[in-house]
Design a protein around this ligand. Sequence first.
Ligand code: IPE
Ligand code: MG
Length: 231
Amino acid sequence: MDGNGRWAVKRGLPRLMGHKRGANRVKDIVKASTELGVDTLTLYAFSTENWKRAAHEVEGLMKLFRGYLQNNFIELNAKNIRVKFLGDPTPLAADLREQMEKLEDLTKDNTLITLNIAINYGGRDDLVRATRKVAAKVQDGSLAVEDITEQMISDHLDTAFQADPDLIIRTAGELRMSNFMTWQSAYSELAFVEKSWPEFTPEVYAEVIADYRARTRQFGAIIPKGVTGAE
Ligand code: IPE
Ligand code: MG
């Protein structure tokens, strides 16, 4: 969800106003996802690197996050949305962690869409925490080193038992992965859009999805001529 800061600065507004506008985009994009047939949407809200920002910006982002949870807690459940938080919650405020746990628990059996909210998430950190979990099983004797598989690593990540992302969309013209789903993105399709997150409307989203659907995915294989629908 990149480009909030630039969106604001360009309009002579404080960066936090951009984050606020960005947070307001979320509801529309979740709704659009259900209409576009997206079964899992992940929003990368705060990375393990974002703590390096000025204290007031970090505080502002946390406040927005808290507000989002408060304002949408009931509605997310009422709309049959399953919410899952990705990332290490340990450094987050206790009240936030409590709300996150409650919301995950409340919505765990919902079926319309899975909404992953990545907060204090880093792809490398995800892998480190998964590695620790797997290593602990080796250490206690319940797992042999030779039995470690790719699937097992996947199942110890924050996205355990979810499919790898089909499509990763980067907003605001950025051309890098920024420590997002390092393991899970091995075969993800990528889309780069110039629009900043506050300008990422359901219409822009629909165009990106249509473009993605027109692609042929081979996952490293070669598809014989004349065969379509690689998925
Ligand atoms: C939002 O955009 C990303 C978050 C950490 C929420 P940025 O704050 O990175 O916006 P730019 O890149 O400065 O425009
Ligand atoms: Mg940025």
